[in-house]
Design a binder for this molecule. Sequence first.
Ligand SMILES: Nc1ncnc2c1ncn2[C@@H]1O[C@H](COP(=O)(O)OP(=O)(O)O)[C@@H](O)[C@H]1O
Ligand SMILES: [Mg+2]
Length: 248
Amino acid sequence: MLDIKSLSVRYGAHSALNKASVTVGMGETVAILGANGAGKSSLLKAIAGLLAPVPGSSIKLNDEELVGLPAHEIVERGIVTVPEGRGVFGAMSVEENLLLGGHPLRARNGEQARKSEVYDLFPRLAERRHQLVQTMSGGEQQMVAIGRALMSRPDVVLLDEPSLGLAPIVIGHVFETLQGVKASGLTIVIVEQNVKASLRLADRGYLIEAGRIVGSGTAKELRSDDAVQRAFLGGTAATLSSSTEDKQ
Ligand SMILES: Nc1ncnc2c1ncn2[C@@H]1O[C@H](COP(=O)(O)OP(=O)(O)O)[C@@H](O)[C@H]1O
Ligand SMILES: [Mg+2]
């Protein structure tokens, strides 16, 4: 359903993504793995219409070209982003943050029903609906960000490093929540440095190195892939925290 072909992104003379091709089937969860600076966020931003790719790039959703559409129109087509760093509003309550996600036309009029669905998926947010987001833990704030994205009634959710900056045990909670999102039938593209956790969630994955797709496979294949093992033996914080998590 999401078919990305020969997607290139440049920042001035710097090439951040070079002819990347990625396909994501309906209901699939696909992990994009890669070290810091590999081009993962650039990939998601290009899909979301937040930056213009190099001419010749193609991003199709159900055979319709998305390149050139403004970001809000891409949300109307059913693709929503949970950005790196979450982008929640700390001085507003959980509920106010969620309602902000319900503004796209495709979600209007159904906000209350949608909100109940989100609270069913995240009972912890329901308990804390009137709490200011800035007083919540990092993991809870990440759940607010995911819940807000779901308020737009998306078909596809793009997640940029949902585990970033979270303690290992909290990462476990966030990924449990994402299992629930996956089970609800949504299509998920998740960008992560936390390879172990994301491959447990994902059906398939791609490996990006310096802007190029250098490998792909089922989650099972990638887990035992030499290049994946090698690329993440460098001991980044994310890799270390995922191995700590495994020992718990
Ligand atoms: N706004 C920008 N201006 C210039 N270079 C950028 C910008 N954003 C990202 N880059 C560069 O593009 C490359 C890919 O970045 P990014 O997609 O953010 O990687 P990742 O998300 O995998 O860490 C990096 O070398 C980064 O420094
Ligand atoms: Mg990034």
